[in-house]
Ligand binder design. Structure first.
Ligand SMILES: [Zn+2]
Length: 319
């Protein structure tokens, strides 16, 4: 398949001013309102090359806003990977040793294995565990519509609707390769009230992704009561006040690569709707992968076609 080439329209911001923070953990800053309320966490650079989230946090820091209640914590996650970002090889800095967003189980975090990302996840674990709300900001390989990833719990879907943007909300269970931060602990527990969202703001390096990341972050902070509309509006971009009719995609399965050679039969980019059940979408070591039902939506087909990783997720629009 031809590799699409995307212009790198975004510049990685200098995050050195945020290194010291105020929590004793590098690149972690907590802002206290002095009022009772919940602990709200916004994270960027879970993947080091997804710079729109760093731009959104940088804008928020520069605005010097204070939370209206509770506590707001802002975190740059995989800074080691981010610091290796090179605009000539922008895909290379997703992680250093392994994917930071596949490590979030007690077994892995408490285990003996070591990596750059595990060290960072272990350092950030108490912050994540103390948060009541989390927004984790990401971007995608292909330029498709932004997606809010709401996990499988009703309360996360309800929060995605209160945020109100983007138009598409995806409900999914994650990846076979390991659990995501947004599903960790109380965030994935049906009995907890803790609630997490993950935004895929657009293509990694398109200017629009930084606008979407900023607007979604602001709308999230309004939805959880951290900021007022008047606080947030001056930072908002084009979709800041939008109220699109939101649509929900229920993911039914992640296609996990089982062999050494996976290939798609077409140059899928994501959000294609394949009308007929049984349509061939790829071959996993020769085994045919076909759509399991009519009107199957392909979500975030990957260009990292590696054994054990997710090749694509399959879902359908809710009525
Ligand atoms: Zn990501």
């Amino acid at each position: 398949m031809p590799e699409p080439s995307y212009a790198v329209e975004l510049s990685p911001p200098d995050i050195e001013p945020y290194r010291a923070g105020n929590t004793g953990i590098d690149y972690v800053t907590s802002l206290e309102s002095g009022q009772p309320g919940q602990h709200v966490l916004v994270t960027a650079l879970t993947h080091g090359n997804e710079i729109c989230g760093a731009i959104a946090l940088d804008r928020l820091f520069r605005a010097e806003l204070r939370p209206r209640r509770g506590k707001l914590t802002l975190v740059f996650d995989n800074v080691a990977a981010y610091h290796s970002f090179d605009h000539r090889m922008p895909t290379a800095s997703r992680f250093v040793d392994e994917d930071f967003n596949r490590l979030w189980s007690p077994a892995t975090l408490d285990g003996a294995r070591r990596s750059v990302e595990l060290a960072r996840a272990r350092a950030l674990r108490p912050v994540v565990e103390s948060a009541d709300f989390l927004l984790d900001i990401h971007s995608m390989q292909y330029a498709t519509a932004p997606l809010m990833l709401a996990g499988t719990l009703d309360r996360s879907l309800a929060l995605a609707r209160r945020v109100g943007i983007p138009e598409l909300i995806m409900c999914d269970a994650g990846h076979a390769a390991g659990p995501r931060m947004r599903d960790y602990g109380g965030f994935g527990d049906p009995a907890s009230a803790k609630t997490a969202l993950l935004i895929e703001a657009g293509q990694h390096w398109e200017r629009r992704a930084a606008e979407v990341a900023t607007d979604v972050m602001l709308r999230f902070l309004m939805a959880v009561g951290t900021l007022s509309g008047d606080d947030a509006a001056p930072l908002g971009a084009r979709d800041f006040a939008a109220h699109p009719a939101q649509r929900v995609i229920h993911v039914t399965e992640a296609v996990t690569i089982t062999g050494a050679a996976f290939e798609f039969v077409q140059d899928f980019r994501g959000l294609e709707v394949l009308p007929h059940k049984g349509t061939l979408i790829g071959r996993d070591n020769g085994r045919e992968v076909r759509t399991p039902y009519d009107d199957c939506v392909l979500i975030m087909p990957s260009r990292r076609l590696v054994k054990g990783q997710t090749a694509v997720r399959l879902g359908r629009y809710a009525e």
